[in-house]
Design a protein around this ligand. Structure first.
Ligand SMILES: [Zn+2]
Length: 198
């Protein structure tokens, strides 16, 4: 009698421990996309379904190179820029893409021109990467307000540098205030800037 009672108590204890180790609240469903309102750029996370027609899909992670070179900016990257542009406008800043997607031929031309200007391939690469290294021909790099808008344009780019992470956009290089890439998921902190491209 006594032994069976002990067994019963132990069994109850084991069951209690087993169930208490499972969390009381189910873990949150993973975010499958971030949606930005077209008019304001306001971003919300979704865990199911798709963004509405009044929103743009920004993707749920960093945007990386595809299998093959595209012929324009990657759509979700463009959407991130448009979302940031709408939000910037509300703050009185105007964003404009000076240079976005570039064909491999154009990148090569710019690279060769930079070599002439800077004297060597190494020096040139700090400003213009060769076609196989640059993210412009992959449709995942944009130059913002470079050569347009003067001081105001530069200020707007500085706004993007500070707030771009909300849309998954990051300034990548210390020597290029105009160059942005979709390095993180919307809302995630951008990585530390690299001194220059190489
Ligand atoms: Zn660039």
């Amino acid at each position: 009698m006594r032994v069976s009672r002990i067994k019963f108590v132990l069994a109850t204890l084991a069951i209690t421990l087993l169930f208490s180790s499972t969390p009381a609240i189910a873990t949150e469903a993973p975010v499958i996309d971030y949606c930005a309102k077209k008019t304001t750029g306001k971003v919300r996370a979704i865990t199911e379904g798709t963004c509405t027609k009044k929103e743009r899909s920004l993707g749920a992670g960093p945007i990386v190179r595809g299998e093959t070179h595209p012929s324009a900016l990657v759509p979700q990257f463009k959407a991130r820029y448009e979302a940031a542009k709408a939000a910037a406008k509300k703050k009185g800043h105007t964003l404009a893409i000076t240079s976005g997607y570039r064909s491999l031929e154009r990148q090569e031309m710019l690279y060769q021109r930079a070599i002439k200007r800077h004297g060597s391939a190494e020096a040139a690469s700090k400003w213009v990467l060769p076609p196989e290294k640059s993210n412009h021909p992959w449709g995942i790099a944009i130059d913002i307000n470079y050569g347009v808008g003067g001081t105001k344009g530069k200020k707007a780019a500085a706004w993007l540098e500070k707030n771009g992470y909300l849309y998954g956009l990051c300034r990548r290089y210390e020597n290029e205030w105009w160059h942005f890439e979709p390095l993180v998921a919307p809302g995630q902190q951008c990585p530390v800037m690299e001194p220059y491209a190489s």
